[in-house]
Design a protein around this ligand. Structure first.
Ligand SMILES: O=C(O)CCC(=O)C(=O)O
Ligand SMILES: [Fe+2]
Length: 262
């Protein structure tokens, strides 16, 4: 795993709000990530506990097959996600002293799947931090044809906590932020095994999948250690959510495991 991050990479990530790191996984690691993701998603689909977005036939269910917090129910996935090196890479790019997992999620854009509408990530989550970020690992190559990610560089520095949903009007975010509507978006195509890290406040989306093969990605959202509860439920467990007050530090090791500390 290419988890050592250079000063130049930190500067690029901080300036643009995202960075592509090719060959992040070597070929053996990539094979394992693919197998584990396939198995965890298959298991989750069999359980069908409402823990995927595949229970309806609406637009969103055809943006991608989404399976959240697979590490909670799959030991192999927990092994991959709790890797300290991922926390080190994320924490170094973000410039923070500790990294907790917010949630993992598999995002598999189906063959001929819908585009992923423009959105910000952090406003969905139960904490607000300008240093929150995600890793998005391409399990197969992501191309302009099959729905790679797109970014509007620098928007992470200007975003407010206003968002739009990932709906069928993919440009709704630009009504919320009309000042971004004339900026040029940049695609982030990448080979299999690449990792894209992006800030939780950057404007991003993904194209349609215009191919007959899936576009598989395994991702994980990261919370800087010390982040506090903002009142949003998102993926919090019912009992933990009920016990929290606004401003409480989120530090339950079952909910937000600390995977790296400087
Ligand atoms: O995979 C996609 O289509 C979207 C990914 C995304 O929005 C994210 O990882 O935050
Ligand atoms: Fe996102």
């Amino acid at each position: 795993m290419k988890y050592q991050i250079t000063k130049e990479q930190v500067a690029e990530y901080q300036k643009n709000g995202y960075i592509v790191i090719e060959d992040f996984l070597d070929s053996k690691e990539l094979e394992l990530w693919r197998e584990v993701t396939d198995d965890a998603v298959r298991q989750r689909l069999i359980e069908r506990n409402g823990l995927t977005n595949q229970n309806s036939d609406d637009y969103y269910s055809q943006v991608f097959l989404q399976a959240v917090r697979l590490a909670d129910t799959h030991a192999g996935m927990a092994n991959l996600m709790l890797d300290e090196r991922l926390g080190y890479a994320a924490g170094t790019l973000a410039g923070v002293d500790g990294i907790r997992i917010w949630h993992d999620q598999a995002l598999i854009k189906q063959p001929y799947g819908n585009p992923t509408g423009w959105h910000l990530d952090n406003p969905y989550w139960s904490f607000h931090s300008p240093n929150a970020l995600s890793i998005w690992v391409a399990l197969d190559r992501a191309t302009l044809a099959n729905g790679c990610l797109w970014y509007v560089p620098g928007t992470h520095k200007e975003a407010r906590y206003e968002n739009s949903g990932i709906g069928s009007n993919i440009g709704d975010l630009f009504r919320v932020y009309p000042e971004w509507a004339h900026r040029k978006a940049v695609p982030a195509p990448c080979p299999a095994g690449a990792a894209v890290f992006h800030n939780g406040l950057i404007a991003h989306g993904a194209g349609a999948n215009m191919t007959p093969l899936p576009r598989p990605a395994m991702t994980c959202a990261y919370m800087p250690d010390g982040s506090t509860f903002n009142g949003i439920k998102n993926v919090l467990r019912d009992d933990y959510f009920a016990a929290l007050k606004n401003g409480d530090v989120l530090d339950d090791p079952r909910q937000v495991p600390l995977i790296w500390k400087r």
